[in-house]
Every structure is written in structure tokens, then in C-alpha cells.
Design a protein around this ligand. Structure first.
Ligand code: UGA
Length: 435
């Protein structure tokens, strides 16, 4: 089988490379010719561990290629995946589907023979049906089926998530399209991955329900963490104590500065909108969205309080800017709320992030960007650990102590143990744990 993958963003590039690794011939298409040129030179536009090797190996084997020529790629494809962006529309939480429908129109003009059109981007319920209508309207004679196949990849472990997923969800409503999807995922059938076939709407909603549930789980533990601080309990023990109950599960119960990234903030808002539009409001998710937005802002207040309440003229070292480690993604990162609030309160921010500084420099002006964590802490009043990159887990505390004006660290990711920090002579604050 041959696949055309439309969109070489995060989802398209990872999925395309992984399908080619399964042995399928994949052509990745993007309008952005500079991106395609870079990919031809094996320069990967995003930071994702292992992706460069995977791409190089499959290009070398002749299974993976890149082009700007959508028509040629689609003409020869048995399956066309739509993996273009679905940003939040201006002035509301709705997802902007203009790229999806534009791609559908272009695909419609180019398909030859029976083709499965698969929506891989996260799209609101009803989009697959609309893609079907758009294609039919553009090419009434076309022989095709529309399928929904959401991805559940996490940035930073996307390849592993694709190769060994907990499940694959496929909204496919005809035997022909189900058979084509079975072929594409045959490698996962062999390792007995649960593969669910559903209707288009069920598949589309499953993706949103998964992400909003996870966002809710994080928000729950964040609020429990705040409560722990008030009553002197330890949030990690509470998380373990509840997580060992198989009905709750241990994962996604790590407290922090609020969820960020390209998915949870956007998807929670989009589902809230969809639910309101159809008159079945998801009040619990509306609350989650509200709590999380406030939490990110509150984190700046916490850092300010930790630095003595008045940070005018003080310097704060910020360690980590991306929304989580192992990515260069700054989208909806808590640092985008925290850093400007610290600056507005009069502080100078010195920051370091292993992969995110290029993007951060664009989004966070006025920050002193440093070459490593130690340079960021040099002469700062206090340090705030905002993203749990591995290299921040083993800082040389004696060195940190010598660099900071006061040995004081506020740890928004609970990387260090309060006991160890006390023993090392630090004033230390974390989330949801007794000091
Ligand atoms: C998320 C989902 O985990 C993927 O399954 C999904 O495919 C993806 O969105 C998507 O829709 O494309 P991702 O955004 O890459 O993946 O990142 P996560 O690892 O899920 O983290 C999201 C946010 O939650 C981060 O800000 C992280 O710091 C935070 N988080 C996560 C916590 O604060 N606590 C936790 O216990 C887990």
C-alpha cells in the first residue's frame, strides 16, 4: 500500500515515518517548500528523540519521501492522511478547520481509483462527515471512504507511542475502508494491540474524551496538592494511595504548574465549545479549563512570594521553559504566564532551557537567556524549576549554593526531595509536600 501524508507537522511527520518503518511506502507532503527542502537534507524541523534516525533509515530504504506536490502524491496513494494543523480559532475555543477542508478539496481533485481519506489531526465531532461532503461536492465521481484515526502520541515519546500503542481507534464505516486500515496497521495486529473499529463520530469524540479526561486527572491532583499544603499531607503519597486502585490508575497524577502543550489546552477548550453548541455542556471540563488557566498565573505569585513578596529589582533564575521535557515546544507552556508576570512585578529573569530557547526568545522578550542552568543562576536571588528536564534533576547543589545570592529553590515539578534540600542547606518549596 501507499500512503500520502498531508502535513509534515508533528503528527504527520512522526506518523509518516512510523508507517514507513512498518514497511509501507509513504510520501509526506507539505506546502512549505523550505520545510520539504530541509527534510530532503534530513534536517528534522522538530525536536523528537529518535525521529532523525527513523527518517534517515526509511528515506535510505526508499520507503519514505517528501514533496510539495500534493496532486502527484495523492494520485498514487491508496490512503491519504490529513495531518494538518487545527489551531484554536480566534475569538473562541472552536478548532479552526480551514486547513483540513482546504486539504480535503485539493485531495478530492487528485484522487484516482479507490482511496481511503483518513483524518489524523484532532478534529471535532462531525468533521469527518463534512470532509466526506466536501470531497463529494468537489468530485462527485470519486471512489473513496472517509476514516477517522486519531493519534494518541505524546511529544518526547511519540515513536514509542506509535509503535507500541495502548490501542488504535479507527472510525471506519465500510468493509473496504476497514480492510485498508487493517493492512496499514498489520504490524500492530501482530503484537496484539487492541484495535477498535467505530463510527466516525465515536472515533472523533474518543480522542477528545481521552485528552480532556487526562487534563481533568492532572487538574484533580493539582487541586489535591494545594489542599495537601494546607493540611500538611504529602501529595505523592496521596497519588500513590489512590493510584494503586486499578480503577483510578497511577499515571497522570503528578502535580505541577498546570498542563500546557499543543493538545490539552486546545482540545479541552474545543470540546467545551462543541458540548455547549449541541446543548450538552461539559461543566466539569469547563471548570478544568478555568482552574488550569488560573493555576499557571498563580505560579508566578508563588514564585514572587517565595522570593520575599517584592521582586522589584530582584533576579529570578528560571530553569526550563518548554511545557514539558524532551520537546522544543513552547505552546501554552506555563512559562509563558510565569515569566511575563515576574517581569511585570519588576524582576529580571535569567533563563535556560535545553531545547526551547530559540522559540522562547521570540515569545518571551526581555529575558536574559543563558548557556546553562548554572549561568542562569549566577547572581540570581532565587531559582525556580519550571520544567523537569533530566539535566535539572542532578544539579551540583554546592555549586548552585555558591552561585545564588540566597540558597533558595522553588521547584514546581517536585524533582528534589525536601529532606535532601534541607540537608544541603537550601530554603526549598515544592508542590503539595510538607516543607
Ligand atoms: C498529550 C497526550 O498525553 C497524548 O496522548 C495525546 O496524543 C497528545 O496530547 C495529543 O493530543 O496530541 P502531550 O501534549 O505531548 O500529549 O503531553 P503530555 O505528556 O500528555 O503532557 C501534557 C501536559 O500535562 C504537560 O504540560 C505536562 O507537564 C502535564 N502533566 C502530565 C502534568 O502536569 N502531570 C502529569 O502527571 C502528566
Amino acid at each position: 500500500m501507499r500512503i500520502a501524508m498531508i502535513g509534515t507537522g508533528y503528527v504527520g511527520l512522526v506518523s509518516g515515518a512510523c508507517f514507513s518503518e512498518f514497511g509501507t511506502e509513504v510520501v509526506c507532503v507539505d506546502k512549505d517548500s523550505s520545510k520539504i527542502e530541509r527534510l530532503h537534507r534530513n534536517e528534522i524541523p522538530i525536536y523528537e528523540p529518535g525521529l532523525d534516525d527513523l527518517v534517515a533509515r526509511n528515506v535510505e530504504a526508499g520507503r519514505l519521501s517528501f514533496t510539495t506536490d500534493l496532486k502527484a502524491a495523492v494520485k498514487d496513494a491508496d490512503a491519504v492522511f490529513i495531518a494538518v494543523g487545527t489551531p484554536t480559532r480566534r475569538g473562541g475555543g472552536h478548532a479552526d478547520l480551514s486547513y483540513v477542508y482546504a486539504a480535503a478539496r485539493e485531495i478530492a481533485e487528485a484522487i484516482e481509483g479507490y482511496t481511503v481519506i483518513v483524518t489524523k489531526s484532532t478534529v471535532p465531532v462531525g468533521t469527518g462527515r463534512e470532509v466526506e461532503r466536501v470531497i463529494r461536492e468537489t468530485r462527485p465521481d470519486a471512489d473513496f471512504d472517509v476514516v477517522s484515526n486519531p493519534e494518541f502520541l505524546r511529544e518526547g515519546s511519540a515513536i514509542e507511542d506509535f509503535m507500541r500503542p495502548d490501542r488504535v481507534v479507527i472510525g471506519a464505516e465500510t468493509d473496504r475502508s476497514r480492510e485498508a486500515m487493517r493492512q496499514l496497521y498489520r504490524a500492530l495486529f501482530l503484537i496484539e494491540t487492541p484495535i477498535m473499529f467505530t463510527s466516525l463520530e465515536t472515533s472523533e469524540l474518543t480522542k477528545y474524551a481521552a485528552n480532556t479526561f487526562l487534563a481533568m486527572k492532572i487538574t484533580f491532583i493539582n487541586e489535591i496538592a494545594d489542599l495537601c499544603e494546607k493540611v500538611g499531607a504529602n501529595v505523592h503519597d496521596v497519588a500513590k494511595g489512590i493510584g494503586l486502585d486499578g480503577r483510578i490508575g497511577k499515571k497522570f497524577l503528578h502535580p505541577g504548574p498546570g498542563y500546557g502543550g499543543s493538545c490539552f489546552p486546545k482540545d479541552t477548550m474545543a470540546l467545551v465549545q462543541t458540548a455547549q453548541d449541541v446543548g450538552a455542556p461539559l461543566r466539569i471540563i469547563e471548570t478544568v479549563v478555568d482552574i488550569n488557566a488560573k493555576r499557571k498565573r498563580q505560579m508566578a505569585d508563588r514564585i514572587i512570594a517565595f522570593a520575599g513578596g517584592d521582586v522589584a529589582g530582584k533576579t529570578i533564575a528560571v530553569l526550563g521553559l518548554t511545557f514539558k521535557p524532551n520537546t522544543d515546544d513552547m505552546r501554552d507552556s506555563p512559562s509563558l504566564d510565569i515569566v511575563p508576570a515576574l517581569q511585570a512585578a519588576g524582576a529580571t529573569v535569567r533563563a535556560f532551557d535545553p531545547e526551547g530557547m530559540h522559540e522562547a526568545a521570540r515569545l518571551l522578550p526581555g529575558v536574559v537567556y543563558c548557556k546553562d542552568a548554572y549561568e542562569a543562576m549566577d547572581g540570581a536571588d532565587v531559582a525556580a524549576l519550571v520544567t523537569e528536564w533530566n539535566q535539572f534533576r542532578n544539579l551540583n547543589l554546592a555549586k548552585v549554593k555558591a552561585l545564588l545570592k540566597e540558597p533558595a529553590l522553588i521547584d514546581l515539578r517536585n524533582v528534589y526531595s525536601p529532606q535532601d534540600m534541607a540537608a544541603a542547606g537550601f530554603r526549598y518549596e515544592s508542590i503539595g509536600r510538607p516543607v
